[in-house]
Design a protein around this ligand. Structure first.
Ligand code: SF4
Length: 363
């Protein structure tokens, strides 16, 4: 009972696409669409909601109206405009991708799937999405939304994290795909997952394909998809130094590889949990060769979640006797006026510290 007949498939496609054409959201990449807008939106919306991604899409289209403008930009400018969206490797890959498309594909997105996969930051999902939506190529798209819809339509109750389950879901997505209108069909599936077949409380009464949904028929909608618990994240503790000298503040650039590569931050010292809890003014001097001249001011403790790390951190304002600091972990550092800090691509965790500093300055 896991198979759809050709008639059922055709009915599914018609119902879904009709619903999409009447109910799709007005989104800027759907207005006068082209592959560049599809490309930007697909990269930006990975691990990001449409609401979070919208202002960034507008910023990028305004600053880089074409792939050549993006390719010709400085990486630091791209990181600056991306700052706040997280997962910064996407921004750096976007710059590399733009240069490759400009130099090797005459500023056109390649129509061939293998060529598309050769572009930095483009994996099977993004390649399928761009090729189908922008060029109507027959590739099934399976993102988180589509996985959920398909697992419910076919009542697939196995752990959705397993690659064998994802393989099964991809096969089903290929089975349902409308070869005449693959782009429209893929967009419709993603939209159904975003608007109707939501993770919690899906709106089955208004679902265009509810009569063909096995999970609905078996009353399993709340049990599917099943996701095994995530592995515990590694806990890390950072002491963050707001180093001040002559009314300037030190900002440092992270190395060009690894987590948050190329982003700027206030210098950080990683501590273990015990050191972090017992931190006080009297052990400041052991860090960065710092000679502190006055009482310190400490920020509240913050938490920030990365995909594999649960970070707790606290900032401490430290006045120095001179501007020589030992920041060997960093690519470079600068002494900046308070207002100049806002011109640099500072990553999200330290943006919270910047906001805290701003509240001290304005309060
Ligand atoms: S009927 Fe409900 S569970 Fe099934 S696809 Fe539609 S919204 Fe999702």
């Amino acid at each position: 009972m896991n198979k759809f007949s050709p008639g059922q498939i055709s009915e599914f496609q018609t119902r879904l696409v009709d619903w999409f054409q009447k109910n799709k959201r007005k989104l800027p990449w759907r207005e006068k669409p082209n592959w560049y807008k599809t490309y930007l939106s697909e990269i930006m919306l990975q691990q990001t909601t449409v609401e979070q991604g919208l202002p960034y899409f507008k910023k990028f289209i305004d600053n880089f109206p074409t792939i050549i403008d993006l390719a010709n930009s400085e990486e630091q400018r791209i990181l600056y405009l991306w700052s706040g969206l997280g997962y910064y490797a996407r921004a750096r890959n976007m710059h590399k991708a733009a240069k490759k498309i400009r130099d090797e594909f005459a500023a056109e997105f390649p129509r061939d799937y293998k060529d598309a996969l050769s572009i930095p930051g483009i994996g099977p999902y993004t390649a399928a999405a761009i090729l189908s939506i922008a060029f109507n190529k027959t590739h099934a798209v399976v993102d988180g939304n589509v996985s959920r819809v398909i697992s419910r339509i076919f009542a697939i109750s196995k752990d959705i994290r397993l690659s064998s389950t994802q393989k099964q879901i991809t096969e089903k997505a290929k089975l349902l795909l409308d070869p005449e209108n693959p782009g429209l069909f893929n967009e419709a599936m993603m939209e159904l997952g975003a608007l109707i077949c939501t993770p919690l409380k899906p709106d089955c009464n208004n679902c265009p394909v509810n009569l063909q949904c096995r999970a609905q028929a078996k009353n399993l909608v709340n049990e599917i998809p099943y996701k095994s618990p995530a592995k515990a994240k590694k806990k890390k503790f950072n002491l963050v130094f707001i180093l001040r000298f002559n009314n300037k503040i030190c900002l440092a650039k992270r190395p060009d590889t690894g987590l948050l590569a190329g982003m700027w931050e206030f210098p950080v010292k990683e501590l273990n949990a015990k050191q972090f809890e017992s931190f006080g003014e009297n052990n400041l001097d052991q860090n960065f060769g710092i000679i502190n001249t006055g009482p310190t001011v400490q920020s509240p403790k913050y938490r920030h979640q990365y995909s594999h790390i649960d970070l707790t951190y606290q900032a401490v304002i430290t006045d120095l006797r001179d501007s020589v600091v030992q920041l060997s972990d960093y690519y470079e550092y600068k002494w900046l006026n308070f207002a100049e800090l806002f011109d640099y691509p500072i990553h999200n965790a330290h943006k919270k510290i910047l906001e805290w500093l701003k509240s001290l300055v304005s309060g």
